[in-house]
Design a protein. Structure first.
Lengths: 572, 321
């Protein structure tokens, strides 16, 4: 029944431009060809700004206002798209093309039931009666594997988990029987275990229904897991295209090689991740300067604990208006104990909601524990902290975009804590320190005169690190420092953090959900689940011989380039 | 849901007790009630007798308890100025203010919401630019200027509408309404427009900015990606999300209007509570002021509670908590 010969998507010579305010035009996509056959999953890979999302938006008619298709052709399931208007007028989005967005938390309307959102497309496009639509909605809910579909139809999005919401989004995308689905980072916002399920669901739908899938992603593991074909984009152009096996195992283009090499492997630990550009002489000198300043009179062997957490428990809620009655309490952290030794990078890993960020915030003093103790440099930390303690404990946050004050010049942002802790005698000296720090994190010294919006995400995270190093901390808490960044940028930052540890004798508490990153960075690891540490071991021991079932499960589900490729080659 | 309601009710009672305490303090310390009630030249013994009769010799807490008890039975004391029970004074003035405020609010919502949506959807069209500019002028002009201008144009020059008073009223027992007579309706037009103008601008701007926010959200982009009709997306999916904060603001504004329609009522000689209050301040008519304080407190507490309940109807996320 399904037509297996006509491609579901055929893009030729696509060119998308954005006219800029200064009269120039930005070419977001140029000379791009893409062909997807029924039942095929085609991954479109690239770093942010590569134009991969623009391709998806262009074929769904969702290009943002000034952007327009300048030339080329798009054919969806044999029907050509009218390009004169820059819109897909011959094609009805929703009926011919289904969309899956990145974040299931925000792509469903919070005020309407699942049923209403599933059915509205069918009512509009297929002209079904509401009864027929409901019956079809039930079928779809079963097809995407949502338990108790009848009950769930009446639910509101907030009553569903992230994975269930993404299933609803997929069901919505399938509602009108499209030939093609555009999935833009469909699993990026999900935990690994949920990610594995959703990927399997997409694979099954492609196989069973013959739907073609354009999978826009930056995650090579995901590509290796389900894609048939891969196209790699850089700066709006295709640099390489071919079957997933070929491209991932033997990339031809230089960019494709660096991109794939920058993916941190989960199987082995590398001293440094391969990155395109390495540090200059100036950077090395600056780092030496940072080291001279940071080395304190502290003596102690590597085995001394810098930080020692005992039976830490944190509860949220629990304040009731009526005295004597306890309102519902959420136990975010339930009795966690661990040490961070001098010069060690200690990893906390777990899925979202496991309490790892709460642990970090409690140590940083942003949240108060309900019981347990935190000893830092031999002092027990209370609710009120000495200035010297706060100085020695600095934090790098996940989102570099919101972590920097947009109204402060970078120099001022970095000098501020230096002056606050009186580590420089005057503003000029603090500015010099800031300059040295900027060079140490690999940014040009003149960067300090600019504001944060002039920098990319990776550069901003470097600035955030420089700012955290300013007060010469003993312990640096990094909460998902690279999860908002592209792989090649991530590789550079991970190398930087390693260097800083080696050079300044810094200890780190490193939090991540990404097992591969954790393996590259950490000396010892604690795996957290539902507020508890289920396993704590040396990195090599944990990855080679995990003891707890949950750790094994996490390791099994983490998408891994090498493992999948070796499995595939073993089969074929 | 029931828990939420009971918590809200308890909070409301606490707030009202605090307001009552302030009103009570006003009674006791702003002037000596005995001095203002006895005839001139009364002896000390007569004054003491009156003090005992009024219960002013008892402990403060007992007095406060009595005061609260009286308020609960609807006894708000006797006006110094009019020598009438304050409760009946307030009730006689309430319909005028309420009718004015209801009309003004309906007007503000009926015009403000569509204009706000228009300005969000077509920011560059002539109509939305005109709206933005005129409402900016409207909001920057003091209420009395707007009122006087309207009177000058429509009452003095064109002679279309009356410039003051409520026109002919129809008596419905406790309530005297201006809705049922032509002159009553005519009299409502100018003051309600004057009162609504500020509200209208506020609601228009709020709806506009909320709508712009909502339209850039993922779920609206997702709705476009599913090819749903534009009108459906705007009218049903986006507007409902955008109206959430409007509920709160409208609620608070209604309170504001009832309590502080003073300027408009003065300009149009509207026999509402604002006029009663202004006169009471000048006199000073302490029982009226205290009652007014209680009334306004009660109003705000009630409106906030109603807005909270409305919220749970609009937003399913609040129902399960």
């Amino acid at each position: 029944m399904t037509d297996t010969t006509t491609p579901v998507l055929d893009i030729r010579n696509l060119r998308v431009e954005y006219p800029l305010a200064n009269g120039h035009t930005l070419t977001a996509v140029k000379d791009t060809d893409l062909l997807i056959r029924p039942g095929e999953i085609h991954a479109l890979v690239g770093e942010s700004g590569a134009g991969k999302t623009t391709v998806g938006n262009a074929l769904m008619g969702l290009l943002q206002a000034p952007g327009k298709i300048v030339s080329g052709s798009i054919t969806i399931a044999g029907k050509p798209v009218d390009l004169r208007t820059g819109r897909t007028e011959g094609i009805v989005p929703g009926r011919d093309v289904g969309a899956i967005f990145q974040d299931p938390m925000t792509s469903l309307n919070p005020l309407f039931t699942v049923e209403s959102q599933l059915c509205e497309g069918m009512l509009a496009h297929l002209k079904l009666s509401s009864k027929e639509a409901k019956a079809r909605a039930l079928d779809l809910m079963r097809a995407v594997g949502i338990p108790e579909p009848e009950r769930r139809l009446g639910s509101y999005p907030h009553q569903l988990s992230g994975g269930q919401r993404q299933r609803v989004v997929i069901a919505t995308a399938l509602a009108c029987g499209p030939k093609l689905i555009v999935a833009d980072e469909p699993t990026t916002a999900l935990d690994v275990s949920v990610q594995a399920q959703i990927l399997k669901l997409i694979r099954d739908l492609a196989d069973e229904r013959g739907v073609g899938v354009l999978l826009v992603t930056h995650n090579m593991g995901v590509v290796a897991e389900i894609a048939d074909r891969v196209t790699i984009m850089q700066n709006g152009s295709v640099v390489e295209s071919g079957s997933a096996r070929e491209v991932l195992t033997a990339p031809k283009a230089a960019y494709a090689r660096t991109l794939i090499a920058a993916v941190p492997p989960i199987e082995t630990r590398l001293e440094r991740l391969p990155v395109p550009s390495e540090e200059t002489q100036g950077t090395l000198e600056a780092r030496a300067a940072v080291r001279r300043k940071s080395t304190k009179s502290e003596t102690g062997s590597r085995d001394d604990a810098v930080l020692s957490v005992r039976d830490l428990a944190v509860e949220y809620g629990g304040h009731s208006l009526f005295p004597g009655r306890k309102a519902s309490v959420f136990k975010a952290v339930k009795g966690v104990s661990f040490d961070v030794r001098r010069g060690e990078i200690f990893g906390l890993v777990g899925e979202s909601g496991c309490g790892k960020t709460t642990v970090a915030n409690t140590i940083a003093g942003l949240v108060t524990q309900s019981s347990g103790t935190i000893d830092f440099l031999g002092t027990t930390l209370g609710a009120r902290r000495e200035k010297s303690i706060r100085q020695s404990l600095q934090m790098v946050f996940q989102d570099p975009y919101s972590a920097l004050n947009p109204r402060l010049r970078i120099n001022a942002a970095i000098a501020e804590p230096i002056l606050f802790y009186k580590l420089a005698s005057n503003a000029e000296e603090a500015r010099q320190d800031a300059k040295t720090l900027l060079e140490a994190v690999g940014l040009p010294a003149d960067a300090g005169a600019r504001f944060s919006h002039a920098f990319s995400g990776g550069q901003r995270q470097r600035i955030a690190i420089a700012r955290a190093l300013g007060p010469r901390p003993s312990l640096l808490i990094c909460d998902e420092p690279t999860s908002a960044l592209d792989v090649s940028v991530q590789a550079q930052l991970l190398n930087l953090l390693k260097d800083l540890r080696d050079l300044a004798g810094l200890s780190m508490l490193f939090i991540s959900h990404d097992l591969a990153v954790i393996r590259q960075m950490c000396d010892r690891i604690a795996v957290m689940k539902a507020g508890e540490i289920v396993e704590l071991a040396d990195t090599e021991a944990l990855f080679t011989a995990p003891k707890h079932d949950y750790t094994k499960e996490l390791l099994r589900l983490a998408p891994s380039l090498d493992r999948i490729l070796s499995r595939q080659s073993a089969l074929g | 849901m029931i828990r939420l309601l009971s918590v809200r009710l308890l909070q409301a009672v606490l707030v009202m007790l605090a307001v009552a305490a302030i009103a009570f303090v006003m009674f006791r310390f702003v002037g000596d009630p005995v001095a203002s009630m006895v005839r001139e030249g009364a002896t000390q013994a007569e004054k003491d007798a009156l003090r005992v009769a009024l219960g002013l010799d008892r402990p403060v807490l007992v007095q406060f308890g009595n005061f609260v008890g009286q308020v609960l039975t609807g006894d708000l004391g006797t006006s110094f100025r009019y020598q009438q029970p304050v409760t009946s004074l307030l009730l006689s003035r309430l319909p005028a203010t309420l009718e004015l405020v209801v009309v003004a609010t309906v007007l503000a919502l009926a015009v403000g919401i569509p204009l706000g949506v228009l300005c969000a959807l077509k920011p560059n069209s002539f109509l939305s630019r005109l709206t933005q500019a005129t409402t900016l002028v409207g909001i920057s002009m003091p209420t009395f200027v707007t009122g006087l201008l309207l009177i000058l144009i429509f009452a003095v020059n064109l002679r279309w509408l009356p410039s003051s008073g409520r026109g002919d009223l129809v008596d419905l027992g406790l309530w005297q309404t201006g809705f049922l007579s032509l002159s009553g309706l005519k009299s409502l037009i100018l003051p309600s427009i004057t009162l609504a103008l500020f509200q209208l601008t506020l609601i228009m701007r709020l709806v506009r900015s909320e709508m712009i926010d909502v339209l850039s959200s993922d779920y609206i982009r997702f709705a476009f990606a599913r090819g749903l009709p534009r009108a459906y997306i705007y009218r049903r999916l986006a507007l409902r999300n955008a109206l959430m904060p409007v509920v709160t603001v409208t609620g608070l504004q209604i309170g504001q209007l009832i309590a502080f329609a003073i300027v408009t009522e003065t300009v149009f000689q509207w026999p509402g509570m604002g006029l009663l209050f202004t006169n009471a301040v000048g006199y000073p008519d302490v029982p009226v002021l205290a009652a007014y304080l209680l009334f306004v407190g009660f109003l705000f507490v009630m409106i906030n509670m109603i807005a909270d309940i409305l919220y749970t109807f609009i937003d399913p996320r609040l129902r399960t908590r």
